[in-house]
Design a protein around this ligand. Sequence first.
Ligand code: KIV
Length: 273
Amino acid sequence: MSTVGHTKRITPAAIETMKGTRLIVSLTAYTTPIARLLDPHCDLLLVGDSLGMVLYGMETTVGVTLDMMIAHGQAVVRGAKHACVIVDLPFGSYQESKEQAFRNAARVLKETGCDGVKLEGGEEMAETVAFLTSRGIPVFGHVGLMPQQVNTTGGYRSLGRSDKEADKIRRDAMAVAEAGAFAMVIEGTVEPLAREITAAVAIPTIGIGASAACDGQILVSDDMLGLFNDFKPRFVKHFAELAPLVSKAVEAYAEEVKARTFPAIEHTFQPKK
Ligand code: KIV
């Protein structure tokens, strides 16, 4: 019998029931060792397509492929015993049709053993969300700032200040919730709107740059650990500063190699006496 999907991890259905009972803790994870460290403290681990920028040095998430997401999804599932693991569907793997979305989402579920997929989009993706959820694929929605649409929206900025923008995000959130998503990310959205949507929808809202009014929070783990310092948006808090620690450790290593003080005798194999 296949063990894919056989898990004691928190399920998407359990995440949904957390709304109104407690705040939901989530972070991105891309590798097994980091997933192991985050897992005991998180309700949900997202294998975000932000890995394109964070791990691969891409400028946007647009170039991320389904194969990349599957490889990192497998790695995170290996490291997660507790948290619900959700894998992002990358740009181009679901927008064409609901059938394409089902085919690729099913592949992600089968090949990684994760608990669900995330896709970006509101009203225009509602039919797809309903198609997937009614066929056994839990969907985590994503509204507000949608990084996969950066080429048409013209960049990364907070949204919802104008009536037109706020109306669109409101309609997107309602559409995704009504289509059957178990939860949704609200990204880069002004506080009053995030608060209003959180009160209006029946599913949890997970904020990133959307204020503490949401039902939970998510951050890119490399951002909050102070490892990814290419840029620091206002909504990111560094809970640690790991980048200087890494630099210091590598500097010390380089000095010891050059001085031939590493490896020392305790790091060296000797013949048996
Ligand atoms: O790709 C990602 O990491 C995300 C989160 C920032 C929500 O979508």
